[in-house]
Design a protein around this ligand. Structure first.
Ligand SMILES: *[C@@H]1O[C@H](CO)[C@@H](O)[C@H](O)[C@H]1NC(C)=O
Ligand SMILES: *[C@@H]1O[C@H](CO)[C@@H](O)[C@H](O)[C@H]1NC(C)=O
Ligand SMILES: *[C@@H]1O[C@H](CO)[C@@H](O)[C@H](O)[C@H]1NC(C)=O
Length: 241
């Protein structure tokens, strides 16, 4: 019996420290859709003109994954749902060759594992309520499969929208190409960069929990519709095209 107060004290301490170290802990919040974000590698390298323009690793020719995010409306939440389920690199060892091509980091130090850890801990741990996403391995494997299934590069290519240094495109044409193919409204993002008015940056597709494509809540492009958009060709890290 003399241990009871001690146990209670430890429990309180545990709860308190948990709150302290997880300010964003929000597991009570359910979500109603996923935002699946893919980005165009070359634009990430040129973002804000501060990064090295040749940051795309060899072998990458298509759009890559930023993340699969549980979302309520437009808000990417809940996040950081389970800090007792830390990222374990060993669990996804077999997926690494695919992850390196389909889910690379474009930061200057190319910290792939750090990027995957962040996505798992922030978003993956909130997705485990669904049986098809109830492990770290499944979260990465399923997201990789979405990148194959929802191949933005090929959808745009079919409409003659291909990376170019000379040609620019209209935001509406990009939206319409995606809408024609997927039959749902995606959200298109552009980035203003020094060397051009705006560059094609992200495409978000929204999925319900089945998971099937649905219209994104706000499908208005985060681009300037009155200006052309550039879709820059990939400049490879090793300089060979
Ligand atoms: C970009 O990075 C590559 C590989 O790290 C390096 O060889 C090249 O010199 C860098 N270029 C610039 C402009 O910093
Ligand atoms: C949190 O992660 C642990 C370790 O994997 C797991 O046993 C537990 O069920 C998870 N909790 C929730 C609420 O998912
Ligand atoms: C949708 O996104 C656009 C572009 O960022 C923004 O101006 C608009 O307010 C958003 N609409 C809603 C309903 O959130």
């Amino acid at each position: 019996m003399m241990f009871l107060p001690l146990i209670l004290a430890l429990l309180c301490l545990n709860v308190a420290s948990f709150r302290l170290f997880s300010p964003e802990y929000d597991a009570d919040d359910d979500f109603n859709l996923f935002v699946f974000t893919q980005w165009w590698p070359q634009t990430q390298c040129q973002a804000y003109d501060v990064m090295n323009k040749t940051c795309v690793p060899p072998g990458i020719t298509k759009w890559t994954i930023h993340g699969l995010w549980p979302t309520v409306g437009e808000e990417h939440k809940p996040v950081f749902c389970n800090n007792s389920w830390p990222f374990n690199e060993g669990d996804i060892e077999d997926l690494k060759p695919k992850l390196e091509l389909q889910w690379p980091s474009f930061e200057s130090h190319h910290d792939e594992a750090g990027f995957w850890k962040h996505e798992w801990e922030k978003h993956g741990t909130c997705s485990t309520v669904l049986p098809y996403l109830d492990s770290e391995h499944k979260y990465f494997e399923v997201t990789l499969s979405f990148n194959i299934k929802y191949d933005i590069f090929s959808v745009l290519e079919q409409k003659g929208i291909v990376p170019s240094n000379e040609k620019t495109y209209q935001v509406k044409d990009i939206e319409n190409a995606l809408l024609d193919s997927y039959r749902v409204h995606p959200t298109v993002y552009c980035l203003p960069v020094k060397s051009s008015e705006q560059m094609l940056s992200y495409v978000e597709l929204c999925l319900n929990k089945e998971p099937s494509l649905i219209d994104c809540v706000n499908s208005t492009a985060h681009c300037d519709y009155s200006k052309p958009v550039q879709y820059p060709p990939i400049v490879r890290l090793d300089g060979v095209m």
